[in-house]
Structures are given as structure tokens and as C-alpha cells.
Write a protein that binds this ligand. Sequence first.
Ligand code: PMT
Length: 215
Amino acid sequence: MKVLVTAGPTREALDPVRYLTNRSSGKMGYALAQAFAEAGHETLLVSGPTELDVPSGVDLLPVESALEMFDAVRRHLFRMEAAVFCAAVADYRPAKASAQKMKKGDDSITLEFVKNPDILGSARKEFGFQGTLVGFAAETQNLETYARAKLLRKGCDLIIGNDVSKAGIGFDSDRNELLLVYPDHSESLPEDEKHHLAPRLVREIERLEATRKQS
Ligand code: PMT
């Protein structure tokens, strides 16, 4: 398969020295990209800034902001058979990024934010993607309900939910515990190393893509 994986956080600039970001080390997305490449798939990793090494056999397309990630996905998605959106994309960006460093002054300041495009949510309608579409859902409560709502709203074949309120898993950690949410059922994957969970997810996505191709 040709597979696109998004990973890591996005950075939304306030000025040349400051930005807003989301918590994400990139570990889950990089583990997935590595597992796809090791399974013989042509893998493009669209990644926000991380400290991680690019897994061998994976093509990296580095981006910084949500708008850059949106543009990178828009340019490459059409030639993919599967896409997995693991990035923690900032939902909003500052309405105006200052060209010069903002100087200290008032005791409090108010910033205006505007909504970033929903990259995963654009895959089906805006980009016309017909391949296997997989998203993640990072939740702190009602994991299955919220993940299922995202599955329907974003037109996914599978949403991989993780409860990021639990200590030792999710953000930054080497470990995770996942809930696979399909249109007709859900399945839990117990806590394990992200590098052990990733090949399991790859097999699942291979199965979804084989089923899609047959239909
Ligand atoms: O990077 P790690 O430290 O290993 O942590 C892994 C993780 C917790 C970041 C990862 O497992 C995860 O859950 N990623 C998705 C985080 C998230 O932002 O979820 P969300 O529920 O806000 O978004 C739902 C889906 O829409 C995700 O697939 C997200 O990539 C996508 N999205 C969201 C907003 C947006 N503007 N564009 C998007 O494509």
C-alpha cells in the first residue's frame, strides 16, 4: 500500500519567538510509520516538530503549523491507499502572527484565535479521498462515545481512541492503551509499548484496505 501518516504536534506562531502547541511527542505516529515501512508499505510521514529520528524506509515531510500540514496532506493524499491521522493538530491559531517580537507592556493581554481547518475532516469531502481512512481520538472522558462521533463526522473507517487522562500512557509515553472504534463494533487493545501496538494496527488497516478493494 501507499500510506500517509500524520504525527506530532503543530506549532501556531504568535510572533517570531513564541508559539502555541499541543502535547505530542510523535512516538505513536512514528511507531506506526515504522511498522508500515517494516511491513513493506510505501510510507509518507507528514510530521510536526518532534525530537525523534525518522524510521528507516519512511519518507519524511516536515511541517510546522496546521495550515502547512493541511497543505502537505492535500498535495499527497490523492495517491494514497490508506491514511492514518495521528497528529495532535492545534484546533485554533492566533488570528494575527506578529512579524516582530511582541514586547511586554500591559498586565494582561487578550489574543484572538481563528479555527484551523480540520485536516482529517477534509479528507473525504474536500480532498475526495476514497481509500482507507483512520483517525485517532485523544479524549479525557467518554472515550467510546466521542470516538464514535468522530468516526461518523469525519467519514472514517476506524477511529483509534486513547484516554490521555491516564498516567503512563498516551502523550509522551512509550506506552498506550487503545480502543478501536468501527462503524459496527469496538475492540480494546490492552496497554502495551507503542512499538508493539503499531504492527497490530498495521495488520488491522491492511485488512480494512483489502476489504475495501474487494467491494
Ligand atoms: O505523540 P504521542 O506523544 O505519542 O501521543 C500520541 C497521541 C496521544 C497524540 C495520539 O495517540 C493521538 O491521540 N492523536 C490524535 C490527537 C488529537 O488531536 O485528537 P483529536 O481528538 O483532537 O482529533 C481527532 C482526529 O482529527 C485526529 O486524527 C487528528 O489528527 C485529526 N485532526 C484534528 C484537528 C484538525 N484540525 N485536523 C485533524 O486532522
